[in-house]
Design a protein around this ligand. Structure first.
Ligand code: GAL
Length: 331
């Protein structure tokens, strides 16, 4: 009897092991968790992989590109089926694709493009459009303004796309002589302290004139707002950010920030995971809605749309979609 029970439990264990072994492993190589939005991407990603019967394997590179390549090798060694990557560095991440492809592992570029590589798919929000939305909003409010541009790091492809979007809107206004760019800087590592210093330096000049600040994300917008506060200029200067961070929404309510951009992170995470699971289970076809040139090829992509969040539509956007809770904003 005892030996029958033993046999049964060994069999059960074997079944469990086999079924675990059959579950697709989806790797998620993330740049950082230092910025609020990425916590949400991570949570949604893991939840969706588990819902679809896969195993999520998440690694955080802490902004370190060689570390991200080491983590790639670890996941390849772990027999991951698909890699979803938020590249730390738009160029160095080519090696991630190269190593994965050696083992026939497909790679999906997530939020940020891996440039000049044979990456298989790209899932993101239309970043040029995000830049246009920010610049349109602020240039409508300050049609004859002096503008400061605080861009993201040069190693992040999105920073370049945002800048392109800003200039699509601002260039004709500059040429007409209506708008002047008084600051145009790249902030390394999306560092809010550096954004603070850039704006503080500018405002420390004799007679600085400033009407609007377009920032690559809410971290940079937050740094800029601190500088404005020190010079007693909060509420005098328009500020645009991106990511719909709780602090940014609070700043909008307080009148210190004009807008932020709300990206559909839930839809992005779901799209990437659905794609990854199909690839892992070889269950095509993979749906895409556009191709994006990454310098090497036209990458089949899904690009989603972002929304502007201003003081008036907070409830209709971030709150109604469950992205931010009202208690968090008005605590
Ligand atoms: C960008 C991303 C932004 C922001 C930033 C900082 O690539 O598009 O939403 O979060 O990284 O990590």
């Amino acid at each position: 009897m005892k030996s029958f029970g033993y046999l049964l439990s060994t069999l059960l264990l074997a079944v469990i092991l086999v079924s675990c072994n059959n579950k697709p492993k989806i790797g998620f190589l993330m740049d950082t968790l230092n910025i609020e939005r990425w916590e949400k991407d991570k949570e949604l990603f893991e939840k969706r992989v588990e819902e679809l019967g896969g195993i999520p394997l998440v690694r955080i590179a802490d902004g370190n590109s060689p570390k991200q390549l080491e983590q790639t090798m670890e996941l390849i060694y772990d027999h991951v089926d698909v890699l979803v990557v938020i590249p730390v560095d738009l160029h160095a991440s080519r090696d991630i694709v190269r190593e994965a492809h050696k083992k026939d592992i497909p790679v999906i570029s997530y939020d940020r493009m891996i440039r000049d590589s044979d990456v298989d798919y790209y899932v993101s929000t239309d970043n040029i459009n995000i830049g246009e939305l920010q610049a349109e909003y602020l240039s409508t409010m300050a049609p004859n303004g002096k503008f400061a541009l605080l861009g993201g790091p040069t190693k992040d492809n999105n920073a370049a796309l945002l800048h392109l979007g800003w200039m699509n809107v601002l260039q004709p206004l500059i040429e007409k002589g209506d708008i002047e760019i008084v600051v145009d800087e790249s902030v390394e590592n999306w560092n809010s302290e550096e954004a603070y210093e850039i704006i503080d330096n500018y405002l420390s000049n004799d007679n600085p004139e400033l009407d609007a600040i377009i920032a690559g994300n809410d971290e940079l917008a937050g740094g800029a707002i601190r500088a404005l506060q020190e010079h007693n200029l909060q509420r005098e200067v328009l500020v645009a950010g991106q990511d719909a961070e709780v602090e940014a929404i609070r700043n909008i309510v307080a009148g210190y920030q004009t807008i932020t951009i709300f990206k559909p992170i839930d839809a992005m995470a779901y799209t990437a995971v659905n794609m990854a699971m199909k690839l892992a289970e070889e269950e095509g076809p993979i749906n895409t809605n556009i191709t994006v040139n990454n310098g090497h090829k036209l990458v089949p992509s899904v690009l989603l749309s972002a929304q502007v969040v201003n003081r008036q539509n907070i409830k209709m956007t971030v709150v109604s979609e469950g992205y931010v809770k009202e208690e968090e904003i008005y605590q």
